[in-house]
Design a protein around this ligand. Structure first.
Ligand code: NAD
Ligand code: 2YH
Length: 262
């Protein structure tokens, strides 16, 4: 499991602003607008308690502070507890938190203590990045390429299938590729085959690898909506094909979690 690093989270506010600009350009709505429209919820004055967690690889320097900044950016009132772990959870609830945000090395959750709703970062991230890709205003068809069928990619690809897109898919793990494509009714699309001539204007990518999107399948002005870190496409190709890139390390997925538990 790839862990976020403090470097990934540097300047989280500017990263969010840039992501918001790109999401608006691609879909006509900002991130809030997409979440509101998709989940049918709007924040009231829910108080969010963010609890640092020391287990496993421990506290990531700026993780909790970044969540605090992200919650504020999306209009939530939040605070980070002084204590971590169980003591922090107790502190959060005692201080009036209605939604808890906390993450260990495997799970990042949002739990609304009032209505009982709980969200996991991985499916929430996959679904919202897929939703953003699916709303590309200048898409040339309803064909979508989905790359990576792991904990983030699978729910995103499933979401695109349920929305009625013609989904083509690839994962470097052949067994997973076979299982997922037959389970979801996706057309396997082997990115390692240089003879592929099909080009895509909508691409959803969720892998932990760089440069997973080859030049041969990119169409001019395509959207690549990718939570994957590092980036799926080189800067050179982004420029050459004027790619609309949606990529941000934590905030879009967190917004999806928060709106999903309202
Ligand atoms: P995962 O390990 O569950 O799945 C990754 C999948 O990618 C695997 O199925 C793997 O076989 C496949 N893969 C690896 N290399 C590939 C390649 N070159 N071509 C095609 N497929 C390849 O990981 P995950 O939990 O789904 O996370 C995916 C990425 O998303 C990670 O980089 C993770 O850090 C990131 N992530 C980002 C956010 C965010 O908010 N931006 C949130 C959660 C996860
Ligand atoms: O980054 C992570 C894991 N990859 C799980 C998230 C799922 N995408 N966890 C963050 C750990 C935070 C740490 N325990 C802290 O600072 O509280």
């Amino acid at each position: 499991m790839a862990l976020l690093t403090p470097e990934d989270l540097e300047n989280i506010n500017s990263q969010l602003q840039e992501a918001d600009f790109s999401v608006r350009k691609v879909t006509g709505l900002d991130i809030k607008g997409i979440c509101k429209d998709f989940y049918g919820t709007t924040p009231g004055c829910e108080k969010v308690g963010i609890v640092p967690v020391t287990s496993g690889n421990g506290i990531i320097g700026t993780f909790s502070e970044s969540l605090h900044a992200i919650a504020g950016y999306f209009g939530f009132d939040s605070f980070v507890t002084d204590m971590p772990d169980v003591s922090g959870y107790y502190e959060a609830v005692r201080n009036g938190a209605e939604i808890i945000l906390m993450a260990d090395d495997n799970t990042f959750l949002a739990h609304n203590l009032k209505n009982g709703k709980i969200a996991n970062n991985q499916p929430c991230t996959g679904i919202i990045y897929a939703e953003i890709a699916s709303r590309y205003l200048k898409a040339d068809s309803r064909d979508v390429l989905a790359v990576g069928f792991g904990k983030v990619g699978f729910p995103g690809a499933a979401h695109l299938v349920h929305k009625g897109f013609r989904v083509y898919g690839y994962d470097a793990d052949k067994d997973l590729l076979e299982k997922t494509t037959s389970r979801l009714g996706i057309t396997p699309f082997d990115l390692s085959n240089p003879d592929n001539s099909k080009k895509f204007s909508i691409i959803f990518e969720a892998t932990p690898c760089a440069d997973t999107i080859p030049e041969s399948i990119i169409s001019e002005n395509c959207v690549i909506s990718t939570p994957g870190i590092p980036c799926a496409i080189s800067e050179e190709l982004q420029k050459k094909y004027r790619v609309e890139l949606i990529m941000e390390p934590l905030g879009i997925g967190t917004a999806s979690m928060l709106y999903s538990v309202l």
